[in-house]
Design a protein around this ligand. Structure first.
Ligand code: ADP
Ligand code: MG
Length: 671
């Protein structure tokens, strides 16, 4: 039993108490058969009026049950003769889901019990919980175990002091647990299922507090770790900036100063930089890299896709080689030989910076002296990954500084929970001269007009993206669709050079196409969403997005951000298949009306509700048991405040709270 429970993460009696039901059944009352409605899961009782074995397509036992108010059919496919004979003329109590059968309402394979006339048959006093379980552990055993644990609930310490409970309207812990395991009959099941019951609120609140506290603790701990101080000199950085045809925006300058201050400390920096698409994050990363390099340390820059990593590689070589520096390229797809030489250069310190995908952090990649790790465009980069990366980059007793960059705005309150272990900077300004992207929505029927428009754009020397989006959750289909579109556009635009890039092409092929597009040799690039993040070709001024109605706002905004990166006026055409759903309509409108990523994120939240926007992705990372960051985010400001109060009032209680909810707290602590 202990082994089975351990599979569910249950090791202590306390863990049993916090193992909450998934669903509930109401076995507290017997429903009159005449009142039943399809879809209900109910307890009924009645006399067997008729029972017979019939053979239709399958052999089955049909039984008519009546209680004077109505009649219902019980249908069994698996049954024994003894069962059939045993139920004739008896009084049965059944539990099951009411369905609509061919003739009448029915229950297929109800749980049933023959009622004897002599004993008194009682109903349950509370709703019956159904627990998440594992093989070999039945609901019945679970219920018994939990009942045993509940008998000890008085020993469980309520770690949230009474004054905090009062201030935020929280139920006491023991009462909340009793209610959730054994809800009184009048409890609305729908309330419980949607997480709105006050007993749930109490636990949600507590769990979110625990997470917040654990991230704060991580941050405190990180501040104790040793790191090398970097960035005393900034000659290289100045040289780079002077070589550019433009000057930094104030926001870029401010963020670079913040990064420099962090890196000058002898504890590792952990900073998240948010900046809308096109705000110039790459340059900020380059400045930070040069500050590290001038202190004789190496830098690792990781990008989420090959295309983006390759582009960074080109940019950094262009920027750094004139300064006498060398760049290594590490990719999962390069030949073993090429990789070996790149890795060797890093180890010897011949190269000062390594750029690549996550392949950068495989075991064979060793640095001579790594001082700074930069992670670009990784909004999915969770706390565990951040910790693992910090550990990976450790050089003896010293930890590298960490810079994480993202173009996906996270509302501040949410950032304070999902990223409470990080410091936070925003590049809240675009380079001067950017014109907002004119966005129009056109129905698919007007494709030919759009193709004409490509012709005229290109004849003015501009370049165009045509984005084929995911029609189904299949990369293969997406690529096939892109190939077909490519063939079609080549045919319809005979004077132009049309290129194709998608996720199933070889890395080298992709590189060739991308660099041809960059150099202007390809005028129209048909692409899948592989170009979603980071791709930077300022001369591209028109983007067409197919099936725009199927994409989320954030993704559309990211995609659209591939144009409007220079000073020329740019536009984006959202092709859609009518009729548009109300929701899709709102999304497309939002995009037409705004170019501001933060504003768009806000609208996204409003339209889709936080459930979809921050759904499983972020909560998955944080592994909440009961809380749902999306559903419960309105509680966040209160949770943060209560966490502060608890830390002041009783640091020991805060510590115990983390321990209660976060099993890997110990692992975190040892890092
Ligand atoms: P993102 O923040 O989306 O990663 P990039 O770093 O790719 O943006 O920068 C977008 C474009 O803006 C690039 O072509 C870059 O060279 C240019 N850029 C960056 N900073 C400035 C600036 N201060 N003034 C003008 N152009 C800039
Ligand atoms: Mg970028």
């Amino acid at each position: 039993m202990a082994e089975r429970l351990a599979r569910l993460g249950i090791e202590r009696v306390q863990d049993l108490l916090f193992h909450l039901p998934l669903r509930y059944q109401d076995r507290t009352r017997i429903y009159p058969i005449g009142s039943l409605v399809e879809g209900q899961e109910v307890l009924i009782e009645g006399e067997v009026e008729h029972a017979e074995i019939v053979v239709r397509r399958r052999r089955m036992l049909l039984c008519n049950l009546s209680d004077g108010t109505g009649r219902i059919t019980l249908r069994f496919f698996h049954f024994s003769n003894a069962q059939y004979l045993g139920m004739k003329g008896k009084r049965l109590r059944c539990f099951g889901e009411i369905r609509r059968g061919p003739q009448s309402l029915e229950i297929v394979h109800p749980e049933y019990k023959i009622q004897s006339t002599t004993t008194v048959n009682t109903v349950e006093e509370t709703l019956t919980p159904t627990y998440p379980t594992t093989e070999g552990l039945q609901q019945r055993s679970f219920r018994r175990l939990i009942a045993l644990a509940l008998a000890e609930v008085a020993l469980l310490e309520d770690l949230i002091p009474a004054f905090i409970q009062q201030q935020y309207g929280l139920t006491g812990l023991q009462a909340a647990l009793k209610t959730l395991h054994h809800p009184p009959p009048e409890t609305r099941i729908s309330h419980l299922l949607s997480g709105q019951h006050p007993a749930q609120k109490r636990l949600i609140f507590e769990e979110m507090m625990a997470h917040h506290l654990s991230l704060r603790k991580l941050r405190e701990q990180a501040r104790q770790l040793p790191a090398m101080t970097l960035g005393k000199k900034d000659t290289l950085c100045q040289q780079l900036l002077e070589s550019l045809p433009f000057s930094l925006t104030r926001a870029q300058q401010r963020v670079i100063t913040e990064l420099r201050q962090d890196m000058q400390k002898n504890n590792p920096m952990s900073r998240l930089v948010q900046g809308d698409v096109g705000s110039g994050k790459t340059l900020v990363a380059a400045a930070a890299a040069l500050l590290a390099i001038e202190s004789d340390f190496q830098v690792a820059l990781m990008a989420p896709t090959e295309i983006l990593a390759e582009q960074h590689y080109q940019n950094f070589r262009r920027w750094l080689e004139p300064l006498g520096l060398e760049v290594s390229w590490i990719s999962g797809k390069q030949s073993a030989k090429a990789r070996r030489s790149q890795v060797e250069n890093l180890l010897l310190g011949v190269t000062q910076i390594a750029i690549g995908t996550h392949a950068l952090f495989q075991n064979d990649v060793q640095f001579r002296q790594l001082g700074l790790v930069i992670v670009d465009e990784q909004h999915r980069f969770g706390v565990d990954q951040r910790l693992a990366l910090r550990e990976k980059g450790r050089q003896g007793e010293y930890y590298p500084h960490q810079l994480i960059m993202t173009a996906t705005p996270i509302p501040r309150t949410l950032a304070m929970t999902t990223c409470a272990d990080l410091d936070y900077s925003v590049i809240d300004e675009l380079p001067p001269g950017r014109q907002s992207i004119k966005t129009v929505a056109l129905s698919n029927e007007r494709r030919d007009e759009v193709i004409q428009r490509i012709q005229s754009k290109c004849s003015q020397g501009n370049q165009v993206y045509w984005v084929c989006t995911l029609i189904e959750e299949s990369e293969v289909l997406q690529c096939q669709n892109a190939e077909q579109t490519w063939v079609l556009l080549k045919e319809k635009l005979p004077g132009l050079s049309v290129g194709l890039v998608h996720g199933r092409m070889k890395a080298e092929q992709k590189e060739t196409v991308m660099s041809d597009f960059k150099r202007g040799e390809i005028q129209v690039l048909v692409a899948t969403t592989v170009i979603e993040v980071g791709v930077d070709v300022p001369n591209a001024t028109l983007m067409i997005i197919e099936n725009a109605e199927r994409l989320g706002l954030a993704q559309l905004h990211q995609l659209r951000g591939r144009v409007g990166r220079g000073t020329a006026a740019s536009s984006c055409v959202l092709l859609y298949q009518s009729p548009l759903s109300r929701n899709a309509h709102q999304r497309i409108d939002a995009l037409r009306n705004s170019n501001d990523g933060f504003e768009i994120a806000r609208i996204d939240l409003e339209i889709r509700g936080p459930g979809e926007v921050f759904g499983t992705r972020q909560t998955g990372e944080l592994r909440f048991k009961i809380a749902d960051l999306a559903r419960d985010q309105a509680l966040l400001p209160q949770v943060q405040q209560a966490a502060r109060q608890l830390l002041e009032e009783s640091p020991e209680a805060a510590e115990k709270l983390i321990h209660r909810w976060i099993h890997r707290a110990e692992d975190y602590a040892s890092i």
